[in-house]
Design a protein around this ligand. Structure first.
Ligand code: NAP
Length: 488
């Protein structure tokens, strides 16, 4: 791959038990660049045998990895972090090549992705238990935290690096081993992370990456194999449901980071400059393909027209193109099916009486490109307000009262992120506490950071990633009740 400084990071092969598997008996599949349609790589298809081997190697590695000291694990994970920092530019280019996001955003994703690795290298040393006052004088009660075991991590294409490190870093820090199944549209970033894990000295079998598009076969095994003790998934609610069902048979510990339908509320008293920046950030990051993207922008009547005009103007000025080109702010969508979904949501809104203020069509560049679009006069019944659009489409919904905004915001089965813009502290508290979501951005459209607990309520998920809470997802609590400690 010519545009990489370190060609060794381009690894079209699965990583199983420390070895690169370039061929399987099941043939290969083609990986395409979403910006150009060009062939990027041919990847080996893993099925039962390869997935089983990865699980068994993770299980074998777990026996020794769990016995290492937290300090030792922290040092290796920190070396992995240092290598990600050193190779940030190459990793960003791989992300843009396979996922399409503008290079500046891909660099931002690498900062975010590596921040979890640094954070959990530190957290490895801070896993502590408890001594609990016992009910009898002859007893002592001690609670220990121990690694769960082999973890299966199934990740989406929209953040090909960060969605892996947010899971693998706390798992490894806790003493677990991992089998990653990256999205079949963005596996190259996962393999590059695997290459750096090897260079960091992380032992064979501790971090495995499966390749292939035989998703149901791989996923079926990862959620049913008796040696897998934990399933950690990021992706759609629909697939999350399937994986939970499949994991039920062997009662696996599960974490689910699922879909969203984030409301963003702008009140009359908001700082409009801040609100415009906030909406643009919350909507268009990754071409609108983010689980915490503002899916519905609810604007109070008094500022509706002014805000709509400013958002339309800013949207028209966005530069669309190949993410590798200088100055591009909006890349292609992941594929033409994603474009068709945006088109369908927009057509439904327009048929219901909504008005297009900016964009509104497939982009002249063709392929998977769509014009960033603002549509006004959206109502809560429209598909666009009820389903996750996952594209560069900004629907504006008008409201009158605070109670109406909160009621509309909560009228969804999802509860991942929400946002609000206001200068009134009492209104901010009241609204933030009433919103049914795991995360609330207040006067900002950018809320992701390794120090905060990321996750959803309702059908947006189970568990939290990042922060000091994140490592708990990879630990079990064992308590020891020790009796017979009476006076000598
Ligand atoms: P997806 O279709 O659910 O796929 C996610 C992952 O699951 C991919 O690796 C996919 O593999 C795999 N998968 C699909 N069907 C499977 C099955 N039957 N068994 C096992 N694995 C299966 O989601 P996506 O389109 O990649 O990502 C977009 C969704 O992710 C959106 O809903 C978004 O909101 C959500 N998301 C949530 C968060 C969060 O933190 N809450 C973050 C990012 C994205 P293949 O690629 O091989 O199909």
């Amino acid at each position: 791959m010519d545009i990489l400084n370190d060609k060794g990071l381009w690894r079209p092969a699965a990583l199983i038990d420390g070895e690169w598997v370039t061929e399987t008996p099941h043939g290969s599949y083609e990986l395409l660049n979403p910006a150009t349609g060009a062939l990027l790589a041919r990847l080996p298809r893993c099925q039962e045998a390869e997935t089983t081997r990865a699980i068994e190697s993770a299980d074998a590695a777990f026996r020794s990895w769990r016995e290492t000291t937290a300090k030792h694990r922290a040092e290796l994970i920190n070396r992995w972090y240092q290598l990600m920092v050193e190779h940030k530019e190459d990793l960003a280019r791989i992300i843009t090549l396979e996922e399409g996001k503008p290079l500046t955003e891909a660099r931002g994703e690498m900062d975010y992705a590596s921040s979890f690795v640094q954070w959990f290298a530190e957290e490895a040393k801070r896993v502590r238990g408890d001594v609990i006052p016992a009910p009898k004088t002859t007893q002592r009660i001690v609670a220990l935290k121990q690694p769960v075991g082999v973890c299966a991590a199934i990740t989406p294409w929209n953040f090909p690096a960060a969605m892996i490190t947010r899971k693998a870093a706390p798992a490894l820090a806790a003493g677990c081993t991992v089998v990653v199944k990256p999205a079949s549209q963005t596996p190259m970033t996962a393999f590059a992370l695997g290459e750096l894990a090897i260079r960091a000295g992380i032992p064979r079998g501790v971090f495995n990456v499966i390749s292939g598009n035989d998703t149901r076969i791989i996923g079926g095994l990862l959620t049913s194999h008796r040696l897998v003790r934990k399933v950690t998934f990021t992706g759609s609610t629909e697939v999350g449901r399937v994986l939970l069902r499949q994991s039920a048979e062997t009662i696996k510990k599960c974490s689910m980071e699922l879909g969203g339908n984030a409301p963003l509320i702008v009140f009359d008293d908001a700082d409009l400059d801040l609100a415009v920046d906030g909406v643009m950030n919350a909507k268009y990051r990754n071409t609108g393909q983010s689980c915490i993207a503002a899916n519905r922008v609810l604007v109070q009547d008094g500022i509706y027209d002014a805000l709509a005009a400013r958002l339309a103007e800013r949207t028209r000025a966005l530069k669309v193109g190949n993410g590798l080109d200088e100055g591009v702010q909006i890349g292609p969508m992941i594929d033409v099916a994603a474009v068709a979904k945006v088109e369908a949501h927009l057509a439904d809104a327009v048929a219901g009486g909504a008005t297009v203020l900016a964009g509104g069509r497939r982009h002249a560049l063709g392929g998977a490109f769509f014009e960033p679009t603002v549509v006004a006069g959206v109502t809560r019944e429209m598909t666009i307000a009820r389903e996750e659009t996952f594209g560069p489409l900004m629907p504006l919904v008008r409201f009158q009262t605070d109670a109406e905004a909160i009621e509309m915001a909560n009228d969804s089965e999802f509860g991942l992120a929400s946002y609000l813009f206001s200068r009134d502290a009492a209104r901010v508290w009241r609204t933030a506490e009433a919103l049914e979501s795991g995360m609330v951005g207040i006067n900002t459209g950018l809320i992701s950071t390794e120090v905060a607990p990321f996750g959803g309520v309702k059908q947006s998920g189970l568990g939290r990633e990042g922060s000091h809470y994140g490592i708990d997802e990879y630990l079990e609590i064992k308590y020891m009740c020790w009796d017979g400690l009476g006076a000598a």
